[in-house]
Design a protein around this ligand. Structure first.
Ligand code: 2AM
Length: 180
């Protein structure tokens, strides 16, 4: 079957190399002990999804432009994101590393982006249920019982707009610094 909507557009937090390596290390340790079934997300693609703008047969240039204009207006400060627990979204068959207590500034960033996107007539998928997480496993067979992880401190000072290609590769279209 041919999949048509293979280009995705979404905002995200994009870890620096050191944070990326620490997340991968935490996943190594978790996989060694919990041995969950599933496909590991490649280290170079690990990210935290912020507002998701949709899936498309072709990326709409007008939407990309509107998303960039909205992002430029969304003011929020930098913060530390602490990733310290594993969990899963069983229905989506994904395992993740998330936050026991998400930084309030992360929620603020998400809400400011959603507000700015709406002001630019951009539809945001599932905007009411932001559960901060980094997906680390796909196609898991069973739910992962919530488990603490050795905390990974992720200093966050920017957010990015990503387009994913049919190949699964990500293009970083633009980045914005976090400052109030
Ligand atoms: P995830 O972070 O839980 O894996 C690119 O596909 C990113 O967008 C993924 O990281 C994925 O979530 C998220 N995503 C995919 N489809 C989505 C949808 N319909 N609504 C919200 N987020 C979605």
């Amino acid at each position: 079957m041919t999949r048509v909507h293979e280009h995705k557009l979404f905002f995200a937090l994009w870890p620096d190399e050191a944070t990326r390596a620490r997340i991968a290390g935490a996943v190594d340790a978790f996989v060694r002990t919990a041995a969950p079934r599933g496909r590991r997300v490649k280290t170079e693609r690990l990210h935290m999804t912020l507002p998701f703008l949709g899936e498309f047969a072709e990326l709409p240039p007008a939407l990309v432009a509107a998303a960039c204009a909205a992002a430029a207006q969304a003011r929020a400060g930098s913060f530390d994101c602490v990733l310290d627990r594993f969990g899963s979204f069983a229905r989506a068959h994904v395992g993740w590393l998330g936050c026991a207590e998400p930084a309030p500034a992360l929620q603020v960033l998400f809400e400011r982006l959603v507000e700015a996107l709406r002001a630019h007539d951009c539809h945001v998928a599932r905007s009411a249920q932001f559960v901060p997480h980094v997906t680390v496993l796909r196609d898991i067979e069973h739910p992962i019982e919530a488990a603490p992880a050795t905390p990974v401190r992720w200093p966050v000072d920017e957010f990015v707009l990503i387009a994913s290609r049919p190949s699964g590769d990500y293009d970083l279209l633009a980045r914005w610094p976090l400052r109030v």
